[in-house]
Design a protein around this ligand. Structure first.
Ligand SMILES: Cc1ncc(COP(=O)(O)O)c(C=O)c1O
Length: 466
C-alpha cells in the first residue's frame, strides 16, 4: 500500500516510530501484527489511540478513521458512555465461568432489538458465532453440508475460509460449477468438501443446487450484503426468494449479521430486508469495539443447547464484553445514533458525488450509507466476481493516498467505509471529502503518467495465501 512517491502532490506521512515498531514486532509477531489482514509489510500501521471518529498512529499522524476497526466501533472510539459503564461493571470481577446478570441483559437486548430472535448465546468473536451457528444447524437438520456465497467472509475457522477473496476470479472455477477454494493451507480437504460455494444474487443457481443436493444441505449462511466485497446489495426479491427456497427444501437460513447487525437498523439486515432467518450471528457493532458477539435464533433450534450441541468458552459472556453489549445496545435502542450515522453516510456520499461527477468517471456506491463502498464501474455489481471488472486499482490508489491526507479508509477496495456516530461532528465530513478529492486528483495524474502505484492487497489476497 505504498503511496506513489513520484507523484509531486503526494504528501508524506512521518513513519519513523512505526518503522522501528515494525522491525521490533516482526521479531515476535509473524508479519509484525496479530492478524494477516493488518500485516502490510513496512506500511503496517501501529496505532497510538483513537477518540470519536479520529485515530492517531505512533508517529502522531492524525486521521479520520473510516475503518473503525473493520466496523465494530459504531459510536466512536473511547465512547465515554460505554467505557464508564464497562469500567464500573468490570471492577466486580471479569471472568468467573459463572453467569452474570450482564450476560442475561445483553442477550435480552439482542432478542428485543431483533424481534424474531427467541434465544441467543454470547461468544467472543464473530468467528466463534458463525462456527457455532453452523454446528447447531447441522445438528438440528441432521445434514452435513453448508452453502456459502463466493466473496463472503464469515471468520477464520476452517468451515468459513472457502471461496472468500481471491484476486483472480478464475480460481473460483466455472460460473455454473464453482470450486470450493480453501484460503491458505491447513484446511483439511474433508472439511472443505462440506462447504458448497454459491453465487450471490443468483436464485436459479440455488434452485439447481438444492434440487441436486438439498437432502444433504443443513443451511445457507449469508452475509445479507457482501460486507466483505464493498457491501454489494441483494437484487430486489433475492432474500425473499432464498427464504422461500430454503423453506421448500428444509434448509436453515443463517444471516451472518456480524457487519450489518445493529448497523443497518436496530434489527439489522433482517429487519431492513424484511426477512425472518432461522439463525443469525452478531458481533462488531454490538459492543462498540469490545469483544462482544453472539449467535441466536428460533427457540426450537437454540434449545439444542445445552444437552445436544456443544457450545462453550471460558470467556463467553465475560463481564467486559457483556457490559459493553448492554450499554452499546441500550444506546442504539434509546437514541437516534443509527439515524445520525445514516445521515452522515449520505452526507459523505453527497460530497463524493460532487467531486466525482465532474470527472466523468463511472462509479457506483454499494452498500448502506453507514457502510458503503465506491466501485469504479458503470455496471451495478451483483456478486463477488463483478468486483474484478471494476477499476479497483484506481480505488486502491485513492485510498492509500487518503492516508497521507488525513483520512483512513481500508487500502483494499473490498472493504467498505464505516461511519460512526462521532463522524457527525465538526469538520470531519469535509476533511474526508477534501482528502478524497486531492487523492483522486493525484491518482489520475499518476495514471496519466503511467505511474499509478500498484497496491499489493497482500494478506487480503486469497491467491497469495496458498
Ligand atoms: C460477516 C462477518 N462474519 C464473521 C466475521 C468474523 O468476525 P471476527 O473477526 O470477530 O471473528 C467477520 C469479520 O470481519 C465478518 O465481517
Amino acid at each position: 500500500m505504498t503511496a506513489d512517491p513520484t507523484a509531486p502532490s503526494t504528501p508524506r506521512l512521518s513513519r519513523e516510530r512505526q518503522l522501528d515498531m515494525y522491525r521490533r514486532a516482526t521479531k515476535t509477531l509473524p508479519g509484525g501484527a496479530d492478524s494477516n489482514f493488518r500485516a502490510w509489510g513496512e506500511d503496517t500501521i501501529y496505532v497510538d489511540r483513537g477518540k470519536g471518529g479520529l485515530v492517531w498512529d505512533l508517529d502522531g499522524n492524525e486521521y479520520v478513521d473510516l475503518r473503525m476497526g473493520y466496523g465494530p466501533v459504531i459510536l466512536g472510539h473511547g465512547d465515554d458512555r460505554v467505557d464508564d459503564y464497562v469500567n464500573e461493571r468490570m471492577r466486580r470481577g471479569v471472568s468467573f465461568s459463572l453467569t452474570s446478570e450482564d450476560e442475561v441483559r445483553a442477550m435480552e437486548l439482542v432478542c428485543e432489538l431483533n424481534g424474531w430472535v427467541d434465544m441467543a448465546r454470547m461468544t467472543v468473536s464473530g468467528t466463534e458465532a458463525t462456527m457455532h451457528a453452523m454446528r447447531v444447524a447441522r445438528a438440528f437438520t441432521g445434514r452435513t453440508k453448508i452453502v456459502k456465497f463466493e466473496g463472503q467472509y464469515h471468520g477464520v475457522h476452517d468451515y468459513a475460509l472457502i471461496s472468500v477473496a481471491p484476486n483472480n476470479m478464475a480460481e473460483l472455477g466455472d460460473q455454473d460449477n464453482p470450486v470450493g477454494l480453501a484460503w491458505g493451507r491447513g484446511i483439511p480437504e474433508a472439511v472443505a468438501r462440506t462447504i458448497i460455494p454459491a453465487r450471490y444474487n443468483n436464485v436459479e443457481f440455488l434452485r439447481r443446487l438444492f434440487e441436486r443436493e438439498g437432502d444433504d444441505i443443513a443451511a445457507i449462511i449469508v452475509e445479507p450484503v457482501l460486507g466483505n466485497a464493498q457491501g454489494i446489495m441483494p437484487q430486489p426479491g433475492f432474500h425473499q426468494a432464498m427464504r422461500a427456497l430454503t423453506e421448500e427444501f428444509g434448509i436453515l437460513l443463517i444471516f451472518d449479521e456480524v457487519k450489518t447487525g445493529f448497523r443497518f437498523g436496530r434489527g439489522g439486515a433482517a429487519e431492513y430486508f424484511g426477512i425472518r432467518p432461522d439463525l443469525a450471528t452478531y458481533a462488531k457493532a454490538m459492543g462498540n469495539g469490545y469483544p462482544s458477539a453472539a449467535f441466536g435464533g428460533r427457540r426450537e433450534i437454540m434449545e439444542m443447547m445445552p444437552s445436544k450441541v456443544s457450545h462453550g468458552g471460558t470467556y463467553a459472556g465475560n463481564r467486559v464484553a457483556a457490559a459493553a453489549a448492554v450499554k452499546t445496545l441500550e444506546i442504539l435502542r434509546d437514541t437516534n445514533a443509527l439515524e445520525v450515522i445514516e445521515a452522515t453516510g449520505r452526507h459523505i456520499q453527497d460530497g463524493l458525488r460532487e467531486v466525482l461527477n465532474p470527472t466523468g468517471l463511472p462509479y457506483q456506491f454499494t452498500g448502506h450509507p453507514s457502510m458503503f463502498g465506491i466501485m469504479f464501474t458503470d455496471k451495478v455489481a451483483s456478486e463477488y466476481r463483478d468486483w474484478a471488472n471494476t477499476d479497483h486499482e484506481l480505488y486502491d490508489a485513492i485510498a492509500v493516498g487518503m492516508h497521507a491526507r488525513g483520512a483512513m479508509p481500508e487500502p483494499d477496495s473490498r472493504e467498505p467505509w464505516f461511519v460512526c456516530e462521532a463522524h457527525a461532528g465538526g469538520d470531519t465530513v469535509d476533511r474526508v471529502i477534501t482528502a478524497f478529492e486531492d487523492s483522486l486528483a493525484a491518482a489520475l495524474e499518476a495514471r496519466s503518467r503511467g505511474q499509478l502505484a500498484k497496491h499489493d492487497s497482500g494478506a487480503m489476497s486469497q491467491s497469495a495465501a496458498g
